[in-house]
Design a protein around this ligand. Structure first.
Ligand SMILES: C[S@@+](CC[C@H](N)C(=O)[O-])C[C@H]1O[C@@H](n2cnc3c(N)ncnc32)[C@H](O)[C@@H]1O
Length: 225
């Protein structure tokens, strides 16, 4: 049975996963970074612990920590059950089992939740959503978008993808998007159209291999600048 999400679920990856998914170098980490659709990921939390301030946006940041925790609990079993039923679409090396996947994700999300209220006061977690963001032109060096665009190909139109990428390019010098796969580990049907659109517009738009692969074949990010 194919994986199907009626809605875009709050599900959070770790700092280490962000580093690998986006090929982030020490130099990159000193740039001014915006995470789009960061949800309950712990990248911002650990960046802050390391003395590096970044900003994350997500519509769920209009909720309280308790409300987000409730949403995570409500989707947790569904994500793990669908992953178990589609185990062959993932690579079980670094993460060895669905149980371990649950533990790793929950640990990242708990870390986020413990930082969330403080981070909101510090304007590190800002409630906002693509394709309209409350930032100045070229305010950031780098925008990262993890597990939102392309992954939710069945939920979001290609026009939405274009509007979202236009907005990210408005506010930043460089955009990196991971993965290029949909939820069923097939290359998103939007990838080629997006690459040729931004190439035709004069951007450098390319697929770059990264040192991260959990969805089978999902070891590439898109870079546009
Ligand atoms: C699967 S989670 C990924 C979270 C995180 N980026 C990661 O990789 O662990 C997808 C996130 O996209 C967020 N989202 C939904 N609609 C959005 C929009 N229009 N703009 C930005 N983020 C959105 C959801 O709230 C959710 O937190």
């Amino acid at each position: 049975m194919a994986i199907q999400y009626k809605e875009i679920v709050p599900w959070g990856r770790s700092y280490e996963e962000y580093i690998s998914m986006f090929n982030l170098s020490e130099k990159d980490l000193d740039k001014s970074i915006l995470g789009c659709g960061d949800g309950p990921a712990s990248f911002n939390t650990v960046m802050y612990q390391k003395g590096k301030k970044m900003i994350s946006i997500d519509p769920i940041y209009s909720l309280t920590a308790e409300e987000i925790e409730k949403q995570i609990k409500a989707t947790y079993q569904n994500v793990l059950i669908q992953t178990q039923q589609n185990k062959e679409k993932f690579i079980w090396n670094e993460i060895e089992s669905v149980e371990e996947l649950g533990q790793i994700r929950m640990s990242a999300m708990k870390s986020f939740l413990s930082d969330y209220e403080k981070g909101k006061v510090q304007n590190r977690y800002i409630p906002a959503e693509l394709p309209n963001l409350p930032f100045e032109n070229k305010q950031f060096d780098l925008v990262l978008c993890s597990h939102f665009l392309f992954l939710y190909t069945n939920n979001l139109t290609v026009d939405f993808h274009i509007q979202a990428i236009n907005e990210m390019l408005r506010i930043a010098n460089e955009v990196r998007i991971f993965p290029l796969m949909d939820v069923n580990s097939s290359r998103s049907i939007y990838v080629d159209e997006v690459l040729s659109r931004y190439t035709d517009l004069g951007y450098c738009a390319k697929e770059v291999q990264v040192n991260y692969e959990f969805q089978k074949g999902g070891n590439k990010m898109m870079v546009i600048f």
